[in-house]
Every structure is written in structure tokens, then in C-alpha cells.
Design a protein around this ligand. Structure first.
Ligand SMILES: [Zn+2]
Length: 423
């Protein structure tokens, strides 16, 4: 029989729980924390004292406490003191951000990238340049606690190898390795400036599929907070999907799960970038919409132009939008029947397509979905907009700090593999 968790294990677990809570919910009084976390007042006091000692939070007297007596101190995450780097590699742009504890974007840069076949080391160069430039300005004592990247591609979780990025032009491209190498150089600069205080942390970036990180962000601090069965659909040149079922990410065996864009929906359809035919993204991706409207162009602007033309009475644009909306509903209906989600979120260009064709989408759901599963499904647009993937990468990068704050912030040895129960 396994012994129960030790006092120390319980303390470390509670520190992570409290820090995660203010990281996600923002500054909060001790009294609110006591109620929300179900711990007693003295425990909350001891935990915040510990977190304050290593600089992860600060406690302050609330400005507008009206009641008599001693006010409950407000616990605030120290966004400037602990930060991560988050990156995205998308079809038309790369973005980089330094994100502070609490999910605060401290610095951000976006660089447009031309579509086409470019090696990973070139694509990540502007990301490393951002880190180099930013590190020169980071106050001494501030601590980088992780990094992660989102890529619009099918990516191997263990090492960030892009197995297929049909619209980025990548097959077996070592994005994770390229990023690690470029960032190694960037951090070397901080070391030579005498600013490195990483205390032996391994900051090798985790690389994940963009939609998988977008759904994480929306679930953590977006439209799907508190909703444990949710599917995020991202549209650009292709279609990405991120699925959370029963509160857990559906990533599959190698991290390739949720590739809903390659769900075969039309055996007589067009050839897909993945090598198959009639994939969902060949029916609802930007190419289908724009060409169907008899137009040229790529990207969000081309999609918006079709939607705008349709709203002004352009018959071809209207027909294309109806066609794409119908196929959008067709695929969503299948996903609803399979996963019984509480919410479907439309992001990227699919946000615009969904809003302009909601009637077609709903029509398909009504025709194709089992009534019991469609009754409660809500169709929504991404609350975090274009930054969902970037903020999801930041959440992933913060994960180790939130799991064991003292190990990371203070260099204390971690409690590995211990099963700790709620107190
Ligand atoms: Zn495909």
C-alpha cells in the first residue's frame, strides 16, 4: 500500500494550485482564494508568504477597501519577474512574444512571411532575433522559465519535427531543433552580458500544432473557460483542429490527433496537400472559397473580400459562400456526432466564414446531428482572436513553473512523479 502524500508534497502541490489560480484569474484577495481553493486562511497565508519570498507574487493592500478592520491582502502575480517566450509559425506570418506570469504580453513582434518552401532555420531567424533584442532590455533578475512554439502543421510532440506542413511547404522539417539552436545563440548573448540567471533550466522550446495550443488558450482564458468538451477549428490555407474531451487534450499517440482538416468528406473532391483527395479542407479552406467566387488571391484578406462581395450582392461570391458554409456544417455535424462537444470555436479565417454562413452551418447540424448531441452545442468565435495560438504556446511554456513553482523559481529539487491529492 502506498503511503499518503507527505506534508511537503501537499505544500508543493498547493503552491502550484494557488499560483495557477492567480496566473489564470488575475490578482485576487486572500479571502477570495480561501473560498475558491477550499483551504483555510492560515494555509493561504503561509502559501502566499512562500510565493512572495521567491518573488512569484506580491501582496498589496487593496486600494478601495470600504469596510472597517484589516483588509484582505491582494495577491498579484509578478508578470515582470517571470516570463516565457511564445512563438508561432503560421502560413502567412511568424510571431514572437515575451509573456509574463499572469498571461500578460510584455513584448510582441509579428513578421509577415511569404508562402513557399523555406528551410526551418531561415523561418526561425526572426524569432531568435526578437529574443536577442528583447533580452537586452529585460531587467536583471527577471527569469525566463520556458518557451514554446505553435506551428500550423502536423508535428511530432517529442522533438518538434514537422512531419507535414502542407501549406508551409514542409515535410520532415526539424523545426524544434532549428528553434533550439537559434535560441541557444540568443540566450548565449544574455549570458555574455552577465544577465543569465536561468539556474540550469532547460529552456528547449516545446513545439505543438497551432490549433492544439489555440484550444488550450481558449479553454484557459478565452471563450471556453470551464467547458471541458470543446473543439477549436482554425482556418487559413488549410484547416487545423484542436480538441479537448473530458477536460483533456486529444493529441493521439504521436501528437498528430485532431487533424480534422484531413477528414475525407468528398471522394470525388479535389486533391489535397496531404496526398489524399476530398479532405474537408479542400472544401472549406480559403482556396475553395476564393476560387469558387471566381477570384484570385490568398490569405485572410482574400477571404474577407469574398465575404464582403457576397454581402454587397455578388452572386458568385454568395454561391461560393453558401457552398463552403454547407461543407463547413457537414464536417462540424460529423464532429458533433463523434465528440458530443459543448462548444465549437471558429478561429482564423473560419471565424469570418462561419459568421457569414451560420445559417448553412446550423442547417447541416439540424439535418445530420442526432438531436440528443446537438441540443447543447454552442457555436462560437475565438475570444482571443489572432493571438489564441501564441497565448496557448505561452500557457504550455508556463506549465512547468505552475506544476512546481519552487523547483523552478528557487532551484529546489522537484518532487517527481508523486501523486498528491487535494486537501
Ligand atoms: Zn488532406
Amino acid at each position: 500500500m502506498r503511503a499518503g502524500p507527505s506534508q511537503e508534497e501537499i505544500r508543493r502541490h498547493n503552491l502550484g494550485t494557488l499560483l495557477r489560480y492567480v496566473h489564470v484569474k488575475g490578482p485576487m484577495s486572500r479571502a477570495e482564494l480561501t473560498t475558491s481553493l477550499g483551504l483555510n486562511r492560515s494555509t493561504i497565508g503561509a502559501l502566499t508568504t512562500d510565493l512572495t519570498a521567491v518573488g512569484l507574487v506580491r501582496e498589496e493592500v487593496p486600494r478601495d477597501h470600504g469596510r472597517a478592520g484589516r483588509p484582505s491582502l491582494v495577491v498579484r502575480p509578478q508578470s515582470e519577474g517571470f516570463y516565457v517566450y511564445a512563438f508561432t509559425v503560421e502560413v502567412d506570418r511568424v510571431t514572437a512574444a515575451r509573456v509574463g506570469l499572469g498571461g500578460v504580453v510584455l513584448d510582441r513582434r509579428e513578421v509577415a512571411r511569404p508562402r513557399g518552401d523555406r528551410p526551418a532555420d531561415k523561418v526561425v531567424a526572426p524569432l531568435a532575433e526578437f529574443v536577442r533584442d528583447t533580452e537586452k532590455l529585460v531587467p536583471p533578475g527577471a527569469m525566463c522559465v520556458g518557451s514554446a512554439a505553435a506551428v500550423s502543421a502536423i508535428v511530432r510532440q517529442e522533438d518538434g519535427m514537422v512531419r507535414l506542413g502542407g501549406h508551409i511547404g514542409w515535410v520532415d522539417e526539424p523545426l524544434g531543433a532549428a528553434l533550439a539552436e537559434a535560441l541557444g545563440d540568443a540566450r548565449g548573448l544574455r549570458r555574455t552580458m552577465g544577465l543569465d540567471d536561468a539556474r540550469g533550466l532547460d529552456l528547449t522550446p516545446a513545439v505543438r500544432n497551432g490549433a492544439d495550443l489555440a484550444v488550450l488558450a481558449e479553454h484557459t482564458r478565452g471563450v471556453a473557460v470551464g467547458i471541458d468538451n470543446v473543439i477549436y477549428l482554425h482556418g487559413d490555407a488549410g484547416i487545423g483542429g484542436g480538441i479537448i474531451a473530458g477536460g483533456r487534450a486529444v493529441t493521439g499517440h504521436g501528437g498528430y490527433g485532431g487533424e480534422v482538416g484531413h477528414m475525407a468528406v468528398n471522394p470525388q473532391g479535389r486533391a489535397c496537400a496531404c496526398g489524399s483527395r476530398g479532405c474537408w479542407e479542400t472544401e472549406i479552406g480559403e482556396h475553395a472559397l476564393v476560387r469558387g467566387a471566381g477570384r484570385d488571391g490568398t490569405g485572410r484578406a482574400a477571404v474577407a473580400a469574398v465575404i464582403d462581395a457576397a454581402s454587397r450582392g455578388d452572386a458568385m461570391a454568395q454561391a461560393s459562400l453558401r457552398h463552403v458554409g454547407d461543407w463547413l456544417g457537414f464536417g462540424v455535424a460529423n464532429l458533433v456526432n463523434i465528440f458530443n462537444p459543448e462548444m465549437i470555436i471558429f478561429g482564423g479565417s473560419l471565424r469570418d466564414v462561419y459568421l457569414a454562413s451560420a445559417a448553412q452551418v446550423r442547417g447541416r447540424l439540424n439535418k445530420m446531428c442526432v438531436q440528443a448531441v446537438r441540443e447543447h452545442v454552442r457555436l462560437r468565435t475565438a475570444a482571443l482572436g489572432e493571438d489564441a495560438e501564441l497565448l496557448g504556446a505561452a500557457e504550455l511554456a508556463f506549465e512547468r513553473l505552475l506544476a512546481d513553482p519552487l523547483e523552478v523559481a528557487n532551484g529546489e529539487p522537484g518532487i517527481a512523479d508523486s501523486v498528491v491529492e487535494e486537501t
